[in-house]
Design a protein around this ligand. Structure first.
Ligand code: NAD
Ligand code: ZN
Length: 351
């Protein structure tokens, strides 16, 4: 095994990142060393790369970026029992404390002291990453590396979609970024009667169509509330999966929901926003639900079952770009342009 590796590093506060040759991470007694085969790019990575106010307040360089990954176990610490050398694995990216009240009752995704791989600890935009054993998930070996890597955001989509009933329900997905798009086939496979997908970006609406959306709505061209009500005999949808974080979309989604609808909110608004709580939520009995991360490990089991039932095949068109580590800049330009589905860095690809 080599002693050094290539890694994408944020070396100092400010925009950008550098490809560096650095030592392969040391493995503690309960850590797992993974050779990274695929590591997909998330909005969070872009925030860190671009160094937005959130990143400036949270991230402490130097840091290896990246948290969505799949790879092969190449070494394990002396006390590791969760996996063995040769296993194909991904990682739950929330490193929970195990000691707070939420962890004690098994609500690990709500841990009060959670740390995030590639945000608070060195991540996986690298040839190797060390991951605590408690975060390791073993994958089926017949799933392609890129589809193994995207299980983390897919878990966000599954956690949101599965946070209530879907069978025979009308569903509106607001925001067709990668996570919103993934929620379309998930809702379909769970038996949704109709899935409507809304975005301002035609490229992304096209991907949503390819992944099974029944109806596409572009709010810059038509009134989404009118379209949804027309499709639902005037009542509104049973379920909203809010995946945009856009204030206007959130307000419209509440108005497009039927009385008593479930509105599951995953998208993160960049600042506080105003909603008509009395008219649009309280008097209509809406159930607003904040969604964070994935349930450990229920969501991962759901993703595995859905993959085995055909979701992996259905998600293939979402992987629009596969790039070597050297082209991280290109990946970030794609993120900025939003003319992409999922971009995946493959450390084994030649630059
Ligand atoms: P993304 O930024 O790629 O997707 C957001 C989409 O919303 C884009 O396609 C954009 O065009 C669309 N959009 C913007 N304005 C819109 C409008 N008015 N109407 C409809 N669509 C509009 O993000 P993603 O990676 O797919 O993630 C989705 C959201 O979930 C983001 O806000 C992200 O920050 C958030 N997120 C939350 C969690 C969590 O744990 N809660 C985890 C991961 C991501
Ligand atoms: Zn905790």
């Amino acid at each position: 095994m080599p002693e050094t590796m290539r890694a994408i590093r944020k070396l100092a506060p400010g925009p950008g990142a550098q490809l560096q040759q650095i030592p392969i991470p040391a493995v503690g007694p309960r850590d797992v060393l993974v050779q990274v085969m695929a590591t997909s790019v998330c909005g969070t990575d872009y925030h860190i790369y671009a160094w937005d106010p959130w990143a400036a307040g949270r991230v402490k360089p130097p840091l290896t970026v990246g948290h969505e990954m799949a790879g092969e176990v190449v070494a394990v610490g002396a006390d590791v029992t969760a996996c063995k050398v040769g296993d194909y694995v991904s990682a739950e990216t929330h490193i929970v404390c195990n000691n707070c009240p939420r962890c004690h009752v098994g609500e690990y995704h709500l841990c009060e002291r959670t740390r995030i791989l590639g945000v608070d600890t060195n991540g996986c935009f690298a040839e190797y990453v060390a991951v605590p054993e408690q975060n390791i998930w073993i994958n089926d070996k017949d799933i392609p590396w890129d589809l193994q890597s995207i299980q983390e955001p897919l878990g966000n989509a599954v956690h949101t979609a599965m946070a209530g009933e879907l069978t025979a329900k009308s569903v509106l997905v607001t925001g067709c970024g990668p996570i919103g798009i993934m929620s379309v086939p998930v809702a379909k496979m769970a038996g949704a009667e109709v899935v409507m997908a809304m975005d301002v970006n035609e490229y992304r609406l096209g991907l949503a169509r390819e992944l099974g959306a029944d109806l596409l709505i572009n709010p810059t061209k038509e009134d989404p509330v009118e379209v949804v009500r027309k499709q639902t005999r005037g009542y509104g949808v049973d379920v909203v999966l809010e995946m945009s974080g856009n204030a206007g979309a959130i307000r419209q989604s509440l108005k497009a929901a039927r009385n008593g609808a479930r509105v599951s909110l995953l998208g993160l608004p960049s600042k506080p926003l105003e909603i008509d709580l009395a008219a649009d939520v309280i008097m209509r009995g809406l159930v607003l639900q904040g969604i964070t991360g994935r349930k450990m490990w229920q969501t991962w089991y759901q993703v595995r079952s859905l993959y085995r039932a055909g979701l992996a095949e259905r998600l293939k068109p979402l992987i629009t770009h596969r790039l070597p580590l050297e082209q991280v800049g290109t990946a970030m330009e794609l993120m900025a342009s939003a003319e992409c589905g999922k971009a995946v860095l493959m450390p084994g690809l030649k630059a």
